[in-house]
Write a protein that binds this ligand. Sequence first.
Ligand SMILES: [Zn+2]
Length: 308
Amino acid sequence: MTTPALPADIAFIERDWLSANHIMLRDGTGATLIDTGYGKFNAVTLARVAETLDGWGGCELERIINTHIHSDHIGGNAELQRQHRGCSIAVPAAEQSALVHWDSPEQMLSYADQQAERFAWDEVIDAGQTLRLGGEEWQTIATPGHDMGSLVLYAPRLRILIAADALWEHGMGFVPPQAIDAAALPAQRATLERLAALDVALVIPGHGPMFTDFRGALARAMAKLEALAADDLRVARSVVKGMFVYSMMWRETMPRAELPDYVARVGVHRDYNAQFFRMSNEAYAEWLCAEAVKTGRVRIEGDRLVSV
Ligand SMILES: [Zn+2]
C-alpha cells in the first residue's frame, strides 16, 4: 500500500534513530516545526528545515513544538532559536517541572549518557487543546508512558496522528521497568487504549517512516508491552542495551578499557546494575558489550568499540 500524500502545507522530514523525525506545518508566511532532533546533528536539522522553508517560498520559522523532552526531540531547540530569531518554543505543560529541574534522571539525559543544550520555553501546551497548524485543527492528546509528560497531535479531518514515541510502526519508545517507575507501564497501556479510540488513516511516528497500518501497529505495540509487563528483568536488559547502543551511536567510538568506569559512572547503568543485575562493573561491562555487539550496531575493533 502506498502512503497517502500529505497536504501541501504539511511536510514530513524523516530522520533516524538518533534524531527524531520532524514535521513542519505552514500557515501563511509562518511555519511550525514539531521536534528538533539530537543536538550533535544540528547542522542536518538546520539544513532540512531551511530546505522546507525555501520550498515554501521563504516562509519563516515561527514556532517549535516539542512532543516531549527526550534528547532526540529537543536537541535543536536552542540552535534553531538562535538561527531563526523570534521563533518561539512550546512544550507540553506536564513537562515543565522536569524542564525546571533540567537533567533529572527521568529526562534520560546525562543519566543515560545523552546530551542536549538547555533551552528556555515561551509557551506550554496542555492536553485537550486544539491547535491550528498547517491550515488544519489538531487535538493535543496526553500520552504518558514512554515519557510521562508527552503529547501527540491528531487531526480528525485528515485522520492523521503525529504519534511521537507513543506509537511506532513496530513498537514504541522504551518504557522503564516497573521496579524503577511503577506508573509508566500502566500509563503506556492506557495511552495505547486511548489512541485506539481514534480514527487514523496515517501515522507520522517519532522514528521511522510514515505508515497506514494503525490497527496493526497498535496490536504490535500492545503485544510488546504485555510481554514487557510480564518480565521486568527483560525490560531492564532492553533499556540498558538500548541506551548503550544509542550512546555509542552518537559517540561513535569508545576504548574498551574505559567501559567498567563508564558503567560505574553513567546513572542508568550504575543504578540498573545495582537493582537488577548485581554484577561487578567489569562483568557488567563485558555483558553489555557482548549484548551491544549482538544488536549489530556496535562492533569490536582491536581495543575499541565502534558504532556500525
Ligand atoms: Zn522519546
